[in-house]
Design a protein around this ligand. Structure first.
Ligand code: SF4
Length: 519
């Protein structure tokens, strides 16, 4: 697959120059932004010009599509879905897709003070001059940032106030399975895999006569997997869209290499999408069904291409449950042989410990020692059975011992607190277990995270309530009191923020007013 494009701008590694001024509506902004940059923290967030970005010359019939993450650059640029859509859209010569992120308040205040509209990072085109703005809603806590971005972009916040000259505002991502809390801000929601639907939305926009906005919404509502609040009743049944297979089309190429440190700063290859485990609290497991697996041969080929075109020193094999990948040991072994000379590390996201074999530990240990992560969630057999997570203490201990014998020193563990009916003894068991792990790793750091159980829509546990903030704080305190070893490093999610997120996750249309008021 080779991207066809009219122009490609590649900045040098570590460079921070703005890209060449395009003839795309970004010229005047470019100079104004240069004046603002010395006045703000981390100006690199606003320059663009990363290695492998695409700057295309627009033609008369070019459609402009802004991909927007309502979060700061470092987090937004770590999102894999954004990169897939950037690649899928830009493969079409008649579409220019560019990126935008939520600026930090210092930069936002400068834009406001100077009356400048928020712009795309790639060509500095004002967002209000795009045809379509596509928000990726990854966390309910970013809802107010949608308002913030629309406001900075000088676009009406509410769908009902937008006219034929305003961009179409759509949204996708996991939060869209309950779009009601933000359905007055967004014109249309995509439910399911965005890359499966996005070109149909572009077609509907192209076929629109630009006279009556409701005609456009009408044609969008006919696309399978699209929810249009203006036309659909408040509780419609929308069938999600899913890509049938993982192939080259959903591999972001060429990979954009950021010029500052981001949260996930490495080449990511999605080895599988979906998970068949059926943990009852897990929204991602439900939303990403069915399981789709990328072939081992293709992963090896893409890894080679991705590393060659990016220079990254680490590959992350992305999947909800990577140890369930059918040929993981062979895959890691083949990757290790191919990439050994380049000293490229291989890392895996959170894993279920029972499939972490000594062979896999050996393969991973050959190159750089990436950290290992496990998500036992709870140490109570009763709660484990309730949430359908059948991992045992013994399997995690064996996995950690195995990893340690091959030179892995650090471990990261994820737990939930506040599961329905959880007792004090079950909370204390978490502390006792991490003490045991810390004893095994000796000086190796054991980091662990405590996240309050959050009932999410479309999961079997969605009808349970969220534990009170006070009780969650007491449970965190109980665990901390029982910790003794110096190599333990606990972290916990902010209980108040989690409570707000839980409300937004399962709330209805009435939250639109709340979000607007809070913003
Ligand atoms: S928690 Fe992990 S293993 Fe369980 S369903 Fe979700 S992704 Fe799968």
């Amino acid at each position: 697959m080779e991207l066809s494009r009219t122009a490609l701008y590649k900045s040098a590694f570590g460079g921070c120059d703005l890209p060449p001024e395009p003839d795309a509506g970004g010229g005047s902004i470019r100079q104004a932004v240069k004046d603002i940059l010395p006045l703000v923290n981390k100006p690199i967030r606003y320059t663009g010009g990363e290695y492998n970005i695409l700057i295309k010359e627009p033609e008369d019939d070019t459609l402009f599509f802004a991909l927007i993450m309502p979060d700061v650059y470092e987090i937004g640029m770590s999102n894999y879905g954004l990169k897939i859509l950037y690649s899928v859209l830009n493969q079409n010569n008649k579409i220019i897709a560019e990126r935008a992120f939520a600026p930090w308040p210092d930069f936002g205040a400068q834009l406001k003070a100077k009356g400048l509209p928020l712009y795309s990072l790639d060509s500095k085109r004002p967002l209000k001059n795009f045809n379509i703005l596509g928000f990726s809603l990854q966390s309910e806590l970013s809802y107010t940032n949608v308002c913030y971005i629309l406001d900075l972009a000088q676009i009406p916040l509410l769908s009902q106030d937008r006219t034929e000259t305003d961009p179409l505002v759509i949204a996708g991502g996991p939060c869209c399975v309950n779009p009601l809390p933000v359905n007055r801000f967004i014109d249309a929601f995509v439910i399911g895999d965005g890359e499966e639907v996005v070109l149909e939305i572009v077609s509907a926009f192209r076929n629109w006569n630009r006279k009556n906005r409701s005609d456009l919404l009408q044609s969008l509502s006919k696309i399978k997997g699209v929810y249009v609040p203006f036309l659909h009743p408040s509780n419609p049944t929308i069938k999600k869209r899913s890509v049938a297979t993982l192939d080259e089309r959903n591999f972001p190429y060429p990979p954009i290499v950021p010029i500052c440190e981001i949260t996930h700063d490495r080449l990511t290859i999605e080895i599988a999408r979906g998970c068949t485990r059926g943990c009852r609290f897990c929204q991602a497991g439900i939303l990403n069904r069915p399981l789709r697996i990328r072939s081992k041969e293709e992963i090896i080929r893409l890894a080679e291409r991705g590393i060659r075109s990016s220079g990254w020193e680490e590959i992350s094999l992305l999947s909800l449950s990577p140890l369930d990948y059918p040929h993981l040991t062979e895959l890691v072994s083949a990757l290790q042989q191919n990439l050994e000379k380049r000293m490229v590390a291989i890392s895996l996201p959170s894993m279920r410990g029972e499939k972490f074999s000594p062979e896999l530990a050996q393969q991973l240990s050959y190159i750089k020692k990436s950290g290992l992560t496990f998500a036992p969630e709870t140490m109570s057999p009763r709660l484990r059975a309730m949430v359908n997570k059948d991992i045992t203490e013994a399997t995690i201990i064996d996995a950690v011992k195995s990893a340690k014998s091959f030179g892995f020193s650090g471990v990261k563990l994820y737990f939930m607190i506040g599961l329905p009916g959880e007792t004090e003894a079950e909370v204390a068991a978490i502390a006792d277990f991490v003490e045991t792990i810390a004893q095994i790793t000796k000086n190796g750091l054991v980091r662990f995270n405590l996240a309050p159980f959050m009932p999410k829509p479309h999961t079997p546990l969605q009808w349970f309530g969220f534990e009170s903030v006070e009780t969650i704080k007491q449970k965190i305190a109980l665990i901390r009191q029982r910790l003794h070893r110096k190599n333990l490093k606990p972290k916990w999610d902010n209980p108040e923020a989690c409570m707000i997120q839980a409300v937004l996750a399962r709330g209805d249309e009435r939250l639109n007013d709340v979000i607007l008021k809070v913003y």
